[in-house]
Design a protein around this ligand. Structure first.
Ligand code: MN
Ligand code: MN
Length: 405
């Protein structure tokens, strides 16, 4: 069944594959013409070929997922033997398939590179080159994809059904070709998200460490500064560290300096922990950000925090950045910089739900570090928060469909 033997890539094959990858990326006529024979030869599309017709057709209709029909080729070669679903047509919906089955994408969504037929794109950013202490967040997207198979279709608390409201797909990873060159890596991330943004797709990104927010903002906020709801134990408005202006503790200072976020429209929620200098987060206060310490949050509650966030944000375009270390380590131990005494998962969920209706143009969830996790609890919690982020993004997107250029 598997077309072994062909991928004994010599230099010529490798060069051809690179050329083909460029064609696919460019989505050219040539790529479409070449797609079927190439995919069949390399046996890359066993899964797509295996997909039963109703589901495949529905996904193609709804998401325009890039695929090549190598089943015809397999059939001609006597290889068309994959099982089809006959008795349970409702299983054409990926969210209704058994949650232990399938290849792990975010929320079991179709993997698509057809940006023109996607409203919200989930993107993994497996990069932790900006971590100042404990690494491992590069493994976040893979673990969260796996745990996100637990999530169902409808937000029971708000009634939001994001997959019915808008077209959602997993766009794969913004993986980085040169991860050891920090500024070059950030530029690669920006280039990826610039393509996503230019196609009119709202990005929901999964890190990776918090340094990834800056290059994402460079891509989606280049024409106007955004407001930002930032949930985190740390302000991430530090300065140079060990000779680098770019790391996961300085992202939002750089974002303000580069005119990507309007500090007067930024609220930072959950701030706590010990400091090495009393003025470590001075930039937040001096630039006019609204800093909500965990003590203030605890005293006044999530409902008040949502009202306060709305007051600070006002009405314009807004980004939502969620650092999983905002949660107490009892809920999210698998992170590089845990700070005990944090938000509960439920507080974070209710806070995010109460922000529904704001004009969110993108969001990220960062700093899940599976090597420090225990039994997948942090990735599971992160997947749950990611669903809440998706719901408010879907609400925003459904309210104001973006025009496509
Ligand atoms: Mn952070
Ligand atoms: Mn943090």
């Amino acid at each position: 069944m598997r077309c072994k033997g062909v991928v004994t890539a010599d230099k010529g094959t490798g060069a051809f594959l690179r050329f083909f990858a460029i064609l696919v990326t460019a989505d050219t006529f040539a790529a479409r013409s070449l797609a079927t024979p190439v995919a069949a030869i390399l046996g890359l599309c066993i899964d797509l070929g295996a997909a039963h017709e109703p589901r495949r057709q529905r996904l193609l209709d709804r998401y325009g997922a890039f695929s090549v029909d190598c089943r015809e080729v397999f059939a001609k070669r006597g290889l068309g033997m994959m099982k089809k679903i006959g008795s349970y047509p409702e299983l054409a919906d990926p969210q209704l398939q058994p949650r232990y089955s399938g290849i792990p994408t975010f929320f079991r969504l179709p993997h698509s590179v057809r940006l023109d037929e996607v409203d919200i794109g989930l993107v993994g950013v497996p990069f932790d080159g900006g971590v100042t202490n404990r690494p491992g967040a590069r493994h976040g997207p893979r673990d969260i994809r796996n745990q996100s198979s637990l999530i169902r279709k409808i937000n029971q608390a708000t009634g939001v059904a994001p997959f019915d409201l808008v077209r959602v797909a997993d766009l794969g990873d913004a993986w980085i070709e040169r991860p050891f060159e920090l500024q070059g890596a950030l530029a690669e991330i920006t280039a990826f998200f610039a393509t996503v943004h230019a196609a009119g797709v709202t990005p929901l990104s999964v890190g990776g460490d918090h340094s990834i927010s800056l290059p994402i903002l460079r891509a989606i906020a280049r024409d106007r500064p955004l407001g930002m709801v930032h949930v985190d134990a740390h302000c991430d408005t530090g300065d140079d560290y060990l000779g680098s202006r770019f790391h996961h503790g300085a992202s939002f200072r750089r974002a303000v300096e580069e005119g990507l976020v309007d500090p007067k429209r930024v609220v930072q929620i959950g701030i706590r922990g010990s400091l090495n200098a009393a003025d470590m987060w001075q930039f937040s206060y001096e630039s006019g950000m609204r800093v909500v310490s965990i003590e203030e949050f605890h005293d006044k509650g999530w409902r008040w925090a949502a009202v306060e966030a709305r007051k600070v944000i006002g009405g314009g375009s807004t980004y939502l950045s969620f650092d999983v270390d905002s949660l107490d380590p009892v809920y999210a131990p698998g992170t590089g910089t845990p700070e005990p005494g944090g938000l509960t998962t439920l507080e974070a969920q209710r806070l995010i739900r109460d922000l529904g209706g704001l004009d969110f143009v993108g969001a990220d969830l960062v700093e899940v570090s599976p090597p420090f996790d225990t039994g997948g609890i942090t990735s599971m919690t992160a997947a749950t928060i990611l669903f809440e982020l998706l719901c408010v993004l879907a609400q925003a997107r459904a309210q104001k469909p973006m025009s496509r250029g």
